[in-house]
Design a protein around this ligand. Sequence first.
Ligand code: BTN
Length: 265
Amino acid sequence: MHPKRQSQQRGGVVFGVPHRHYRVTDSTNSRARELAEDGALGGTVVTAREQTAGRGRLGRVWTAPEGKALLYSAILRPLDERHLLLPLSVPLAVCAAAEELCDGIECTVKWPNDVWLEQRKLAGILIEAKPQDGWAVIGIGLNLSIAPEEFPADLRQPAVSLFAATTEPRGGSRRSLPAVAPPGPPPRLATAAKVLSSHLGRWVSAPHDDVLAEWRRRDGLLGREVAWEEGSGIADGIDERGNLVVAVPGGGRVSLGAGEVQLRL
Ligand code: BTN
């Protein structure tokens, strides 16, 4: 059976058909949004070697040197109740893809939807949805081979790539990237996109219990001190709706929604 039909039978989505690749564009999310507005099929993927106006969360700019990051946007449609945990399921798909692309690593997730490798940001995710029209664009920037000195100096959080060596000690462990990075070149962008598409297809429509369990297994914030505008406390996992639960001083717990707060670590 054609893989697309096989997956649709299981109620999943096949990403990557069709796939439109640009050598350079302003933002793959912007291209994918235009396509979605024009009625493009769910599963359509847009990638680029380079973006001139890449967008991050909270109105930030997202930059990456040409050809050194997977710049990927996928259209999800139709949207339904299976996708309520989309902001959690997408980072899980990115973790699985990164681990398939780079043997021996283990990724964690940082609420609301970053992917970490040894406490540094490996990938960022920007989901832009138009629920009234039944679609969402899932934008992913996955650092593949950006050298440490190529990241902008003013990054709020330290960043890392799957395949770029650094001599600095990383995270709490004293390991440096060459100890965990495979020798050999990074994958081609097309290969990385295919791997990501296949994990995305599995995770975006996964049962909510599976998403919550996998998030809890990969939770990189658990037990860490977090602060936001109105308070601070110790991260204590996520609730059933994907809100961050924080144990606050003096006892008690608060739930934080991704749209409401900006965390400081
Ligand atoms: C973030 O961490 O702030 C999210 C970054 C998302 C960046 C990706 S790169 C591909 C896609 N196109 C964009 O303009 N943004 C997303």
